[in-house]
Design a binder for this molecule. Structure first.
Ligand code: BGC
Length: 387
């Protein structure tokens, strides 16, 4: 049976780029693309965690952990050619294990990214109760989601690009979700300064799936302070307003005439303190935008972000139907990041490409049901340039 999820994702996923496996530990060659691996620590139960560094020879490097598939660092050149880390994160494995349940810095989030109301849904007449871990709701896959698992890693490489394929098999009933879910996520760093993320999953029983990456960006550099001066454009005429527990009310609302309208560029901070009930609920922006897709699953521009001082530009495109724009409202200075700076509210922002929150309970939203014989395929590209 054909997938309910569009297959165009395979193209974006970078799978076409992947032609051969590299021996683990192969080191970067010359100025071209390369990948290396080092030990990053051990889990409390002794499981080894590795860190892979992918470089594209064009000033970009990305560091990915096998723990949670976390993007720990992402170095991107500014308009003068100087590279800085543009994602929030931690310096050590212990920090991630102890502190990442709140922010989910850089992590792969699953099985179900975002919220499911009261942690409950039914599928084919059966009801499921998930752990409730965010007020009355289930958030980001439950108590021990994909962000807290150690993934199997395999370096992959193709002409002009280098990648890392991560795999994790989630057992039937894990976190109370039905079906054995086999998930593969491929990160690819291209010679065109793109970080591509391809998601692929299959199941042996009907289940629900929503996968994303939870990176927080600050294009001026990690640890440099607030990101409210970044200019953001979102290709979305509508969004999904939420109740006071951040569950979509149901109807899609037009952004026109509200502080949620980013169809033309605005700084993140410009209207963030407006007297708008939705901004008050979210303590800022923490909302799913409905992307203006021509056809479901078609790769679509989601966002463009520019940072005035460094000239860095990030363009996000995706096959997914939505993007959660989260302005890091709950960072409160209690976490100290990669370069030793405390993170405060608004020090970064996340653009989580995904299916809409609470889709399993909202029949009108694009379906997140995955059945045996179908494949979940999605892709997101973060393209960097300067102006
Ligand atoms: C959610 C926020 C949450 C953040 C970190 C986002 O995806 O929408 O409400 O605070 O993740 O967990």
């Amino acid at each position: 049976m054909k997938s309910v999820f569009a297959l165009a994702g395979a193209m974006l996923a970078g799978s076409a780029l992947v032609v051969s496996a590299l021996p683990a530990g192969a080191s970067p060659t010359g100025g071209g693309p390369g990948i290396s691996k080092e030990a990053f620590g051990n889990m409390p139960d002794g499981t080894k965690v590795d860190r892979y560094t992918l470089s594209n020879g064009q000033g970009m490097r990305v560091r990915i952990l096998t723990y949670g598939g976390i993007v720990q660092m992402l170095e991107v050149p500014d308009r003068r050619g100087r590279s800085d880390n543009v994602v929030l994160g931690f310096a050590t494995l212990k920090d991630y294990v102890d502190n990442n349940s709140g922010p989910y810095f850089g992590a792969l989030v699953g099985r179900f990214a975002n919220r499911i109301a009261k942690g409950r849904f039914s599928l084919d007449g059966k009801s499921y109760q998930l752990a409730v871990n965010n007020g009355p709701n289930s958030l980001h896959g439950g108590l021990k989601g994909f962000d807290k698992r150690v993934w199997r890693a395999e370096p992959v490489r193709a002409k002009g690009a280098v990648g890392l394929r991560l795999s994790y098999t989630s057992a039937d009933g894990e976190e109370s979700y039905p079906g054995t879910l086999k998930t593969t996520v491929t990160y690819t760093l291209t010679g065109r300064n793109e970080l591509r993320i391809g998601y692929h999953a299959t199941t042996d029983k009907a289940t629900v799936v929503n996968l994303t990456n939870h990176s927080y960006f600050n294009l001026a550099g990690e640890g440099t302070g607030g990101a409210y001066d970044h200019r953001l454009e979102l290709n979305a005429d509508r969004y999904t307003p939420v109740d006071e527990t951040s569950i979509p009310l149901g109807p899609l609302a037009p952004v026109k005439g509200t502080p949620f309208d980013f169809t033309r560029p605005h700084t993140i901070g410009e209207r963030i303190r407006a007297d708008d009930p939705q901004l008050i609920i979210g303590h800022g922006y923490d909302h799913n935008y409905v992307l203006n897709q021509r056809r479901p699953g078609e790769p679509t521009r989601a966002a463009r972000v520019t940072e005035p001082a460094t000239g860095r530009v990030m363009e996000v495109s995706t096959t997914q139907p939505g993007v959660q724009f989260y302005s890091a409202n709950f960072l409160d200075g209690s976490l100290v990041g990669t370069s030793g700076h405390a993170y405060r509210q608004g020090d970064g922002f996340a653009l989580e490409t995904q299916h809409f929150p609470d889709s399993p309970n909202k029949p009108a939203f694009p379906s997140t049901v995955l059945r045996p014989g179908q494949t979940f395929d999605a892709g997101t590209v973060y393209a960097f340039s300067t102006r």
